[in-house]
Design a protein around this ligand. Sequence first.
Ligand code: PLP
Length: 390
Amino acid sequence: MKLSNRISGITGGGADGWSVYYRARAMKAAGIRIIQLTMGEHDIGTDQSILDAMHRSASGGNTGYALVVGNNDLRTAVAERIASQTGVLTTAENVIILPGGQAALFAAHHAVCDPGDTALFIDPYYATYPGTIRAVGAVPRAVHVSADNGFQPQYDALNAAAKDARSLLINSPNNPTGAVYTRETFDDIATVCQDHDLWLISDEVYDTQVWEGEHLSPRALPGMTERTLVVNSLSKSHAMTGSRVGWICGPVDAIHAIHNLATHNTYGVAGFIQDAAVFALAQGSAAEEAVAAPFRRRRQIVLDALAGQNAIRAAPISGAMYAMLDIRATGMTGEAFANELLDKEHIGVMPGESFGSGGAGHIRIAMTVDDDRLQEALGRICTFAAAHMD
Ligand code: PLP
């Protein structure tokens, strides 16, 4: 039987950079020692105290249907965190709890795009972005950013792409580039959104991982609160990737509409997960800093390892758990570099091209292995690159 065009068309066909990742996994399964720098997931698990809170809640009987929009104490905790970080008046009514940032990205686009509408996203991009836009029936349009501008979106490109568009999806701190958008960039984004009457969908899942500059939430900019949906989760901030708990913060009428969508889709997030999330947020910023600390340390390891050689340049690693490495001096594409590195050095990295054409000539490493292995891998990557210099 034929499936719908919408579901068949979520991902475009053809080759993708994930083949390096799958090859690396297969080699590892075959017993080869591989250093995997591909995946954006912490090398620590969820803290035991959060798991204890989850267990207490579940074994205390909180295993039935939870409120679809989210439990009031979690919505309130999220609203208070956002209000204290941004200064924008935010209440539980502005927040819906969803099963992770990815579900929130889908719901946000579903809420603002009609079938056939154009939805903008920034290239290089997080792997699911264009597919999420297609999954709601909208048409993705890329706005390219370049390493030469530190991967910051530029006003002219945004403005040119915005004609007839309905929404703009941004992500700062950024996966895969490690860019943290500056105030000037956010001002340009706000201007374009207002001039072209766009919704802004701001993916802030890396908001606790800022190494340079500061995290700004564009919902706080003048004229933006009513047109911004903020997507966030506890996946990255609290090493809770598997718990699937996140949220959208936005105008109350948008939250009501997304509540209705959730009623017909996910039907809420498990109550014991929500209780664990309340506990996690109550630990405050010290707990968030502890989860982020290994990446802050490893960023320095990357910078030190790259100092004093000229085969590889790092894009500014201002935030998130990734480093984009410019390997253009080798004359290789990111894809060729990543494939040969896997075959010869048994190190798995993502080709920049797998994040869009803006990532060409780069590889992305995830700083998600222990410090010693990261240091070893970087030394070998630098030697490998030097041997390929033109
Ligand atoms: N947005 C970005 C930029 C990501 O990198 C990820 C996960 O890697 C997500 C969203 C999805 O996160 P979650 O685990 O909250 O669904």
